[in-house]
Design a protein around this ligand. Structure first.
Ligand SMILES: Cc1cc2nc3c(=O)[nH]c(=O)nc-3n(C[C@H](O)[C@H](O)[C@H](O)COP(=O)(O)O)c2cc1C
Length: 155
């Protein structure tokens, strides 16, 4: 089974988790990076005019730097992100729409400030042909025993 971990991380929490998850899943790693990197000001959701709010409420797609090589070869794709506005950031929707997930299994993982990941699968499933088989919120410092148990459940 060939496995990919693709993740977006604005401030590092999801990145640190994704790197360990990729080892636990014996997966390749792809960072979903916006063409235009987020600045601190872009992420200030308390400012109505901040980029994050414009993207969210303007339902904007977020152009991504580069592409996954040989995406068609993967059987299982993990997609990681910080919970934004109780859901996945728009860049994750852009990512999902950019590839053909037919025949693939997909598992979502996230970090957050306290919200759960529960709303994300129902929002992302209609955007892809693959099947979302799992979704889990982790602490950014989640350790191997927990990550192994979760990834082994998809093997
Ligand atoms: C624009 C924005 C919206 C957010 N919305 C939520 C939210 O709805 N619920 C929550 O628990 N945390 C929210 N957070 C906090 C992040 O989910 C949390 O800090 C996460 O661990 C950041 O991951 P990262 O370092 O990989 O970017 C939000 C953060 C930002 C920047």
């Amino acid at each position: 089974m060939k496995t990919l971990v693709a993740y977006f991380s604005a401030s590092g929490n999801t990145a640190s988790l994704a790197k360990r998850l990729a080892k636990a899943a014996d997966a390749d790693l792809f960072e979903i990076r916006p063409v235009e990197p987020y600045t601190d000001a872009d992420l200030k959701w308390t400012n109505p005019l901040a980029r994050c709010n414009k993207e969210k409420f303007g339902k904007k797609s977020v152009p991504i730097e580069g592409r996954v090589d040989n995406f068609d070869e993967y059987d299982m794709v993990y997609i990681g992100f910080p919970v934004w506005y109780y859901a996945a950031p728009n860049i994750i929707e852009t990512f999902v729409k950019s590839y053909d997930f037919s025949g693939k299994r997909v598992a979502l993982f996230a970090t957050s400030g306290g919200s759960d990941i529960a709303k994300a699968p129902a929002k992302l499933q209609p955007l892809m042909k693959g099947e979302i088989v799992g979704a889990k919120l982790f602490s950014p410092d989640a350790a191997y025993p927990e990550l192994n148990v979760w990834t082994n459940s998809f093997k």
